[in-house]
Design a protein. Structure first.
Length: 296
């Protein structure tokens, strides 16, 4: 991996990690639905001219149905889920739960796409699940007053992560070979259309503070629009297997941003659970292997 690719990878991880910080700032002011709608709309406005310059509008029109499905399952619903969770959970905690996305993708690929499994990948799924249980029981303090809201927020994060995993498998099945920028742009457009009416209905009665608007702008243009450009550039330069290693870096950046700017604590329970989740994800996806063996 070249220095430029490594720099892109670190920048992408920093941007996606910062998204949890910005959601934590913007969600209480806007609400999850309006925040998510403006996020995808802003990203679409940034990506659409880039796609037009590349001549990718043909792919967008030809494959609009599966691209629209990706927009719903990979942007609209997950963004709302994480936005709702941001009202309750610390940003670092949500980012750790988001790291289960590739693990869900591996499970769905085995069940739906009939990808071959192995004992190592099954062990990875089990380890990741143990990490989620440990995170829920320790960091979220389930069983104490107010724990019901935390439990629902954790469930929303896991549901959103499962949707990310499903969307990756869906795109692999129905959008293989389609221009990745067309998929990214079209998915943001379709997500914006899907969220427009719900966002209008849920629009906040009081005007959000300037800090929330700045957080939303950064969320849309930097953490979504620019991040997609970086991600697909990495896929083209170093391949999807290496590009997805960004998953391992996002929680560290998210916890660091949240600790620095929001004063959120980084607890031993969070670090231990994150280690289990990332280990399980690595084994389940085949990105990590036991010494001397190949992942199945």
């Amino acid at each position: 991996m070249s220095r430029r690719d490594l720099a892109d990878l670190l920048l992408l991880a920093a941007l996606w990690g910062a998204s949890f910080l910005f959601m934590r700032v913007a969600a209480p002011q806007f609400g999850a639905l309006p925040m998510s709608a403006l996020r995808v709309a802003g990203a679409a406005l940034l990506l659409l001219p880039l796609l037009a310059l590349r001549g990718g509008l043909v792919d967008l029109g030809r494959h609009w149905r599966p691209i629209a499905c990706v927009g719903i399952t990979n942007s609209a619903l997950p963004f709302v889920g994480f936005g709702l969770a941001a009202l309750t959970l610390p940003a670092g905690l949500s980012a750790i739960l988001n790291a289960t996305s590739p693990m869900f993708g591996a499970l769905i690929a085995m069940l739906w796409l009939r990808e071959p499994g192995s004992a190592i990948r099954s062990a990875g799924l089990a380890i990741g699940f143990i990490g989620v249980v440990a995170l829920a029981g320790g960091s979220a303090r389930l069983g104490t007053p107010g724990s019901q809201g935390a439990g629902q927020a954790i469930a929303l994060c896991l549901a959103a992560s499962a949707l990310y995993g499903f969307s990756a498998c869906f795109a692999r099945r129905f959008l293989q070979g389609v221009d990745s920028l067309a998929v990214a742009t079209g998915s943001q457009i379709s997500a914006a259309l899907a969220l427009a009416i719900p966002a209008w209905w849920a629009w906040p009665k009081s005007t959000p503070a300037a800090s929330a608007w700045w957080a939303l702008l950064a969320l849309a243009l930097l953490c979504t629009g620019l991040a997609y450009v970086l991600y697909f550039r990495l896929i083209a330069r170093i391949g999807p297997a290496r590009a997805i290693t960004v998953t391992y870096l996002v929680p560290a950046f998210a916890m660091g941003w949240a600790a620095t700017f929001l004063g959120e604590a980084i607890t031993p329970a969070m670090l231990g659970s994150a280690a289990l989740i990332l280990l399980g994800t690595g084994l389940a996806t085949g990105m990590l292997q036991w010494p001397g063996r190949r992942a199945g």
